[in-house]
Ligand binder design. Structure first.
Ligand SMILES: [Mn+2]
Length: 331
């Protein structure tokens, strides 16, 4: 028989152990989009967190870094709280939305337990210790993938969440103009608009573009970071940023400053830094390029750049028109 004081010690420790496992079980699942989150990342995270919670798995949407002006407009419009900023996820259960690249995920993701992901990009380098819930499809927005998750679960999308998802579809597909747009995105948008009580989808899209292209008081370095994603392309570190405007006259005077900011960023060990200046009216992109390889544009798109810029008619999508060509060019 163990001595009486060790039994007493055990009696003290047992509730503490039970409490520890209880609090661990009650730590909500973290749902998180990519670094420099856009509206698709934030709204998809909010929607998945709501869905999981409705399914009996308490979940919390977080953002790795502050949200942008467009997303703030969307959350205000649909009366949703901003997700807290949190970039450490070690020891937590995590569900990723809108990315599967480690370079865009929380830096300590490998010390977390990956539960699943919902995405619409190329597969990144994600691996897991346990089986995961995988939702991925070549659709215009992660929000459309998340809408499928709700359908499959048979759970109603709340009004505000539907509005947020609708805004995400409009934002990611550039109001259905991007080459990545599918009939499913349009169908989902119509249904989400009905749930959200949005009668004029175009007007909402216009408001989003106005919020997104507001560059007042922003430095070139801040603008470059606004929607910047980094990739490991066949061992080369590449940064690709995108800014969208009703037309490019808005940004003309900042061009040199942006190129300087790209040069400065490139010193952080990048092979190439690219900036897509997308003209939504002309449905074209001026691609600014700072690269170790002067022939990169010719290798990737068969186009000769003029100085550090390349005019690309019909190009609006980073994931479908820029990244795949670079993967071929940087072999
Ligand atoms: Mn997206």
């Amino acid at each position: 028989m163990p001595p009486r004081n060790s039994i007493a010690a055990l009696l003290l420790v047992l509730p503490a152990l039970a409490w520890c496992s209880l609090t661990h079980a009650e730590q909500p699942l973290l749902v998180v989009g990519h670094l420099n989150p856009d509206t698709d990342s934030v709204c998809s995270a909010i929607a998945v967190a709501h869905l999981k919670t409705a399914q009996g798995i308490p979940a919390q949407a977080i953002a790795q870094s502050p949200i942008n002006a467009e997303t703030r407009y969307v959350l205000d419009t649909f009366s949703l709280p901003q997700p807290p900023i949190l970039s450490r996820v070690a020891g937590r259960r995590v569900f990723l939305v809108d990315h599967t690249d480690y370079s865009q995920a929380p830096a300590d993701l490998k010390q977390a337990e990956l539960i699943g992901f919902a995405d619409h990009h190329k597969l990144g380098g994600l691996t897991s210790d346990k089986p995961v819930e995988a939702w991925a499809a070549p659709l215009g927005a992660a929000a459309t993938v998340v809408t499928r998750m709700y359908d499959s679960a048979g759970i109603d999308i709340p009004q505000g969440v539907a509005g947020c998802l609708l805004a995400a579809v409009l934002s990611d597909t550039v109001r259905f103009k991007s080459a990545t747009t599918t009939p499913d995105d349009r169908k989902a948008a119509d249904r989400l608009a009905r749930i959200a009580g949005v009668t004029d989808i175009d007007a909402l899209g216009q408001k989003l573009l106005e919020a997104k292209s507001d560059i007042r008081g922003q430095s070139p370095a801040t603008l470059l970071q606004r929607d910047l994603k980094t990739f490991d392309i066949n061992g080369h570190k590449v940064a690709i940023a995108q800014l969208e405007f009703p037309d490019l006259t808005l940004i003309r005077s900042m061009r040199e400053g942006l190129l300087d900011a790209m040069q400065a960023l490139k010193h952080d060990g990048y092979h190439s830094v690219l900036l897509m200046l997308t003209d939504v009216s002309l449905e074209a992109t001026e691609l600014l390029i700072v690269s170790d390889d002067p022939a990169i544009a010719e290798k990737a798109w068969g186009l000769r750049s003029e100085g550090d810029a390349l005019w690309m008619p019909g190009v609006m999508s980073r994931k479908s028109q820029i990244v795949p060509a670079l993967q071929n060019a940087l072999k």
